[in-house]
Design a protein. Structure first.
Lengths: 418, 226
């Protein structure tokens, strides 16, 4: 088949109907641009919201849950093995919040190649004292360096530096708490632990995560300080937080460590299932809107090609009379729609990128998201690939029906009709 | 060399079905020899144009056989027939059917580009030669809508000639032209048969035109009567 000649004819037909062609291509451009802007924005937003919650959540958390022993003494007694035993009023056993042999577990985990890093933590419920008022809260004793590496907590520190936590008896408190107790940087805060231990800590920073519930109660101190307040030794760890290279393997790894280290584990997916649902619903909506826009553009192309065929009946007839087969004519019109789709699509990608960049620069200041200054955009090349593929797909389909019609034009009917 | 038949039909019949079944062409046996200048005349509705379109291979709905250049056309596919039309038949219609998107030169070249036998440069040269012999050389780069009716028809003739067809068919080629231009077209045709030994088959109702051709086929009610 003479591809070059067919393309040449298609291009000449386009030139003759330049305005209509441009309108058709603009339809494609507009829909692709909107599709890309929409999907990029939606995904940016998804990432932002996921990050808000999920980035601060470990992929796998190792801890001790308070629960009754699974095996009660009676089950071990030989005499009652074959009997059915009822035990009433079981109370949970206090095996302590501390993870047994935490230092060994941490060193094993640090060597595991699937794990990005390990951040041990001590959580202690406390009362913050302000005069006669006691405000309940939680202090997280953290290992500053891994914690920063895994959860980027410095993003949420609005005053002071995370590194100052390395000083003895220092604390970073939530903004809600600071506002409530009228505390600022450098002030001393008094705390009481649940066991009655008293301590005074110096405020070296104020954090704001954007979730009031957390900002009102959460504060950070170093692992050592937390252990000292509790009067526990340095191997006292209540939580071991892990981040994995492959987040999808979290449930399997959580199960593996549960058996291996004899601790309780929870994975990212089980802890945050509602977030996943929200993200996928938002994605589906944005894809659906994008595809609808493209289908509308497809109808536009269909219309214009149909009109062009009626206008160019004479040309089709003479092409057929002088030796172009129905197939050649079909390809002329399919090439027409491919050209419209490709040109419109490429401009769509460019404008889509421009729109995304524009949205990316619109200021978006909200007190709940201190690290965000503009609207979020996800520039995933995949969206551009999907956009151009779908543009070509719709335009080819839209061009196919008029092209088949043109290929069936009977030249005798046209020529004799004159 | 004895003149062989370029175009032959054996028992060619055609029916129209709308509104009722009607036999337009009735068992036509026809033979046209190489180098002949033949005209088909007859009253309106006698089937002369229908016959021409069957012979052109564009209409394939018939009974009987058509042979062009000793090759059987009956039963060939759309694609095969398109190639034969491209290579062996030149058309001149009542209306010029030039493509408004192309220049005169490109219009002439188009069937040649489809055939792909010559390079573009060679094709351009050949197209220019044809246009020059038709006295249209200086119009070659104009767009077709800048030409007069007679000029357009001459371009259409040049287009018909570009692939050196064995047969040129005309459906009322002078039907839209005034006397002066008709004569011009006739002279071109005449010259083609005499100088180039080209075979021509022209349907016309212009008896003046027909009388000057070598052979006249008269049709009536779907039959050849002389």
């Amino acid at each position: 088949m003479n591809t070059k000649l067919i393309l040449n004819i298609a291009l000449h037909l386009l030139q003759a109907r330049l305005k209509q062609t441009i309108v058709a291509a603009v339809g494609v451009t507009f829909s692709i641009a909107m599709f890309i802007a929409l999907v990029s924005f939606m995904n940016g937003l998804n990432d932002l919201l996921d990050g808000l919650m999920l980035n601060r959540t470990p992929h796998v958390l190792l801890y001790n849950e308070i629960k009754p022993s699974k095996i009660q003494p009676i089950f071990l007694a030989e005499d009652f093995k074959s009997k059915t035993n009822f035990v009433h009023s079981i109370k949970p056993k206090d095996i302590g919040k501390s993870i047994y042999d935490s230092q060994t577990i941490i060193s094993v985990l640090k060597k595991d190649e699937r794990i990005i890093d390990v951040a041990p933590k001590v959580t202690l419920p406390v009362f913050f004292n302000s005069g006669t008022i006691e405000i309940s809260g939680i202090i997280n004793g953290i290992d500053v360096l891994p914690e920063e590496k895994l959860f980027n907590i410095s993003d949420y520190i609005i005053q002071g530096k995370i590194a100052d936590l390395l000083q003895n008896n220092s604390i970073i408190i939530g903004k809600g708490l600071a506002d409530k107790m009228l505390l600022t940087l450098g002030d001393i805060i008094k705390i009481t632990t649940s066991k009655g231990n008293l301590a005074s800590l110096k405020i070296v920073g104020i954090s704001e995560i954007g979730i009031a519930e957390i900002d009102n109660t959460m504060s950070y101190t170093s692992l050592v300080t937390a252990q000292k307040i509790l009067g526990e030794p340095t191997n006292y760890i209540t939580d071991i937080q892990l981040k994995l290279f492959d987040i999808t393997s979290a449930p399997a790894i959580a199960k593996e460590f549960k058996d291996k280290f004899n601790v309780d584990t929870i994975d990212y997916q089980s802890a945050n299932s509602q977030f996943e649902t929200g993200s996928s619903v938002r994605s589906i909506i944005s894809y659906a809107v994008g595809f609808v826009l493209l289908i509308v553009a497809g109808f536009g192309i269909y219309n214009i090609l149909n009109m062009m065929i009626y206008e160019k009946m004479d040309s089709i007839a003479i092409l057929k009379a002088t030796g172009f087969s129905g197939n050649d004519v079909k390809w002329i019109f399919i090439s027409l729609s491919i050209i419209i789709g490709l040109v419109g699509g490429i401009f769509g990608l460019i404008f889509g990128y421009a729109f995304s960049a524009l949205i990316d620069n619109i200021p978006f200041n909200t007190t709940s998201l201190p690290t965000i200054t503009t609207y979020p955009i996800n520039y995933n090349p995949m969206f551009y690939f999907i956009g151009i593929t779908f543009a070509l797909f719709t335009t080819i389909i839209a061009g196919l029906f008029p092209a088949l019609k043109a290929s069936k034009v009977d030249p005798v009917a046209i020529i004799r009709g004159k | 060399m004895e003149k062989s038949a370029i175009l032959q039909t054996v028992g060619l019949s055609k029916y129209f079905y709308d509104p009722v079944k009607f036999k337009v062409l009735n068992e036509i046996d026809l033979s046209i020899k190489h180098g002949e200048f033949v005209s088909i005349i007859g009253k309106s509705g006698c089937g002369k144009s229908t016959l021409l379109y069957l012979l052109s291979t564009m209409d394939t709905d018939y009974e009987g056989q058509i042979l062009i250049d000793d090759e059987l056309m009956t039963g060939k596919t759309d694609r095969e027939l398109a190639i034969i039309r491209n290579e062996k038949i030149g058309f001149v219609f009542q209306f010029h059917y030039l493509l408004a998107e192309y220049s005169v030169l490109k219009n002439v070249m188009l069937p040649g580009m489809k055939l792909g036998k010559y390079s573009n440069a060679e094709l351009e040269h050949r197209a220019m030669e044809h246009l020059k012999t038709l006295d249209m050389g200086d119009q070659a780069l104009k767009m077709t809508n800048q030409l007069s009716g007679g000029q357009k028809q001459r371009v259409a003739i040049a287009r018909a000639l570009i692939n050196d067809p064995v047969l040129i068919m005309g459906d009322e080629p002078t039907g839209n032209l005034d006397k002066k231009n008709s004569d011009l077209v006739f002279d071109i045709f005449k010259k083609l048969t005499q100088v180039e030994n080209q075979t021509l088959l022209v349907v016309t109702h212009d008896t003046d035109f027909a009388e000057r051709t070598q052979r006249i086929i008269t049709m009536e009610d779907g039959k050849i009567i002389s």
